[in-house]
Write a protein that binds this ligand. Structure first.
Ligand code: G1P
Length: 287
């Protein structure tokens, strides 16, 4: 069966960019003229995803509104003949019935957030996209993974090399053998100490998983940071089923951190049709 559904865990507090995220969900911080989350949803849709399951928490209501129609705003723009922005606005909505919102009642970890989507996913392979990470690429990163998944099946995670000093911020894989972009693994570990990391290939926040992950998440104890870690349950699933890492084409930006967010804004501003050239000139000026 193909990958039709995607889980987007959007319950996190955004502590690394406080106080900006005190009353705004971190997923709605703008990167130039659209929220971080929209880039991630577009990546999922470009991969053929038909239904998005948002796992939300308290104070995240603005996310639900963002993907709904904005009737008053649209009526007012229509009356003023602002057609260009109106059509752009309409593209941000998701089709009727194509999204679900589930509350995660406590910050118990990424593994727990994914488990909250169990009933909506049912018994089919599904994608997980972490909304902190925007991936700038020609072809959508998840679409690249779906192409590979359609060939080999099993389970798959996106990986990207990071500087060794930063491995302890990520899930890290132990590669065994490589066939093009596909890597077979011996294991994976969540946030290892630099001295204990099995490689510098970090898990980038894009996953395709079989529904068999759910019973493993149900029995998964707390791991790194005292949280129920998706990586720990995946390491167990890897003992039972085919599991690949996929080194994608593209550049990830971690918008959950101050520097990553700034880099994302800069990269997207420089590439923007309307302001790109001016931004490049501005940067030269400042430098
Ligand atoms: C999560 C995952 C980690 C992954 C990272 C990517 O960690 O647990 O395996 O490498 O996202 O951004 P977090 O950044 O939520 O602590």
């Amino acid at each position: 069966m193909g990958v039709r559904k995607a889980v987007l865990p959007v319950a996190g507090f955004g502590t690394r960019v406080l106080p900006a995220t005190k009353s705004i969900p971190k997923e709605l911080l703008p990167v130039v003229d659209r929220p971080v989350l929209q880039y991630v949803v577009e990546e999922a849709l470009a991969a053929g995803i038909e239904h998005i399951v948002f796992v939300t928490g308290r104070n995240k209501g603005a996310i639900e509104d963002y993907f709904d129609r904005a009737f008053e705003l649209e009526t007012s723009l229509e009356a003023k003949g602002k057609d260009a922005i109106l059509s752009e606005l309409k593209q941000t909505g998701l089709p009727p019935g194509a999204s679900s919102f589930i509350r995660q009642q406590g910050a118990l970890g990424l593994g727990h957030a994914v488990l909250c989507a169990k009933d909506v996913i049912g018994d089919e392979p599904f994608a997980v996209l972490l909304p902190d990470v925007i991936i700038k690429s020609g072809r959508s990163c998840l679409a690249q993974m779906v192409d590979a998944f359609d060939q080999v099946g099993g389970n798959m995670i996106a990986v990207d090399p990071v500087p060794e000093a930063r491995v302890s911020s990520y899930g890290v894989i132990a590669p065994k053998s490589r066939n093009g972009k596909l890597i077979e693994m011996d294991g994976m570990v969540e946030k290892p100490a630099v001295s204990e990391a099995p490689s510098n290939l970090a898990i980038t926040g894009r996953y395709i998983l079989q529904a068999d992950i759910f019973p493993l998440l149900e029995s998964q104890g707390a791991g790194a940071g005292g949280e129920i870690q998706l990586t720990d349950a995946m390491a167990r699933l890897m003992q039972l089923q085919a599991f690949y890492a996929y080194e994608f084409d593209g550049r990830p930006y971690d918008c959950g951190s101050k520097l990553g967010y700034f880099e994302a804004v800069l990269a997207h501003a420089l590439d923007h049709d309307e302001i790109g050239e001016d931004v490049a000139a501005l940067l030269q000026n400042i430098a």
